[in-house]
Design a protein around this ligand. Structure first.
Ligand code: AMP
Length: 365
C-alpha cells in the first residue's frame, strides 16, 4: 500500500490510477471530506503531528505527496521509516523561490534576473540589479498568483514591499514572454527519465485555465533544451516520480520560472492524450515498476472547471470530450474538475473547444 500526503484532486486522481494497478492507497488529510476520501483509506490528522504521521506510515511500502506545501519536517520524519518519493530535498527547494532559482542557475538553467530581499538595504539593491518593471514575490507560500505583485514604478514597488512584509521576498525581472509552457517528466528508481512534450498554458487571475498539448510550433531544439534542463534537475535530486517545470518562452528562448515536485495541473491532458498518464507514471515510479510511454496518443486541450460544475451531458455530447470531476463543492475560484478534449477525426477541434468553454461557464446543475 502506498501513502499520499494530501487528499485533494491530485491525490484522488493518483488513487484512481493506483487502483487500476491493484495498488492500495492511504491518504493523510486535515479534513475528512477531501476529494480523495471516496477512493482511498483516508486518515485525518495534522502533518505536524508525529504520532499521526507514524500511524499513517504503518505498513506502507512508500509515501508520496500531492502538494508542495507539505512540511519538509514531516517528509523527513517519514523518510526515516519508509521510502519517500519524490525526495524531501526536492520539496525543500520547491518551497523557496530563491533556493529554486539559485539551483536553476547552478545547473545552467536560464531564469529571469532575480534578487533576494530581506531588509531595506537588500530591497534597494534588488531594485538596482533587477530594475523595473518587476514582480515582487514572497519566497514561500505563494500559489496561483497569490503573494505577488507586478510593480511598474518605484512607488508601486515600495507599496508592495510594505504589503508583503519587507522580508522573505524575491524581486524578479518582469518577463515579456510570448507564452507560458511547461514540461512534465518522470524519473524511475533506476534513474530512467521520460518526458511528456512541452505544453502551452493559459492563465487568468493567476489560475491555470487551459492547456494545449502538445504546445503548437515547438521546434525539436527547444524541446531538447527543456528536456535537458528537466533531466539536470531530476538527476540532481536523484528524483523518483513525476515533476513539472514551468517555463516562459520568448521566441525560441526559454526561461525557467518554477518547478512542482508532484503531478501537475498542466499534465492532466495526459489522462486521455498520452499513452500512459502522469498519475499512473508517478505511481509506477513510486512503486518501483517500469515507466510507461509518455508518447502522445492524440493532441488534447485541457480546460479547467473553476467555480462551477457544468451540465455533464452538455460536455459529454461534444466529440472527443472527457469529463473529470473531483467531488468538490463549487466555490468561486475553486478547481472542481477538468475537461480533456482530444482531437478526433471528423470534428473541428477549435470549434469543439469553444463550445466546451461556453458550456463550462453555464450554470451548475
Ligand atoms: P508563479 O506563482 O511564479 O507561477 O507566477 C504566477 C504567474 O504570474 C505566472 O504563471 C506568470 O503568468 C506570472 N509571472 C510570474 N513571474 C513572472 C515574471 N517574472 N514575469 C512575468 N510574469 C510572471
Amino acid at each position: 500500500m502506498i501513502g499520499i500526503l494530501g487528499g485533494g484532486q491530485l491525490g484522488r486522481m493518483l488513487a484512481l490510477a493506483a487502483h487500476r494497478l491493484g495498488i492500495g492507497v492511504r491518504t493523510l488529510e486535515t479534513v475528512a471530506d477531501a476529494p480523495a476520501s471516496s477512493v482511498s483509506e483516508l486518515y485525518v490528522g495534522s502533518f505536524d503531528d508525529v504520532d499521526a504521521l507514524d500511524r499513517f506510515a504503518k505498513g506502507l511500502s512508500a509515501v508520496t505527496y500531492e502538494f508542495e506545501n507539505v512540511p519538509v519536517g514531516a517528509a523527513q520524519h517519514l523518510a526515516e521509516h519508509v521510502p519517500v518519493y519524490p525526495p524531501p530535498s526536492a520539496l525543500e527547494v520547491a518551497q523557496d523561490r530563491w533556493a529554486e532559482k539559485r539551483l536553476f542557475r547552478s545547473l545552467g538553467i536560464d531564469t529571469p534576473a532575480f534578487a533576494i530581499i530581506d531588509d531595506d538595504a537588500s530591497f534597494e539593491k534588488a531594485l538596482r540589479e533587477v530594475g523595473l518593471p518587476a514582480v515582487l514575490k514572497t519566497r514561500r507560500g505563494g500559489y496561483d498568483g497569490k503573494g505577488q505583485y507586478v510593480v511598474k514604478t518605484l512607488l508601486e514597488a515600495r507599496q508592495a514591499y510594505q504589503e508583503l512584509g519587507r522580508a522573505g521576498l524575491i524581486l524578479e525581472e518582469f518577463v515579456h514572454f510570448d507564452r507560458e509552457l511547461s514540461l512534465v517528466a518522470v524519473r524511475s528508481q533506476e534513474g530512467e527519465s521520460r518526458f511528456y512534450p512541452l505544453v502551452e498554458n493559459h492563465h487568468r487571475e493567476g489560475i491555470l485555465r487551459q492547456t494545449i498539448a502538445p504546445a503548437p510550433g515547438v521546434t525539436p531544439a527547444v524541446e531538447a533544451v527543456a528536456d535537458i534542463w528537466a533531466k539536470r534537475l531530476l538527476d540532481h535530486w536523484n528524483y523518483v516520480g513525476v515533476f513539472a517545470v514551468e517555463l516562459f518562452a520568448i521566441g525560441d528562448k526559454l526561461l525557467a520560472n518554477e518547478i512542482a515536485p508532484r503531478v501537475h495541473n498542466s499534465g492532466h491532458w495526459t489522462m486521455e492524450g498520452a499513452e500512459v498518464c502522469q498519475f499512473e507514471n508517478h505511481l509506477r515510479a513510486v512503486a518501483g515498476l517500469p515507466l510507461g510511454s509518455t508518447a502522445v496518443r492524440a493532441p488534447t486541450t485541457m480546460i479547467n472547471l473553476i467555480g462551477q460544475i457544468p451540465d455533464r451531458a452538455s460536455i459529454l455530447s461534444l466529440p472527443g470530450a472527457h469529463l473529470h470531476l473531483y467531488g468538490k463543492e463549487p466555490r468561486p475560484g475553486r478547481k472542481v474538475g477538468h475537461i480533456n478534449i482530444r482531437v478526433v477525426p471528423d470534428a473541428d477541434h477549435a470549434e469543439v473547444v469553444q463550445q466546451a468553454l461556453r458550456r463550462a461557464q453555464s450554470d451548475p446543475t
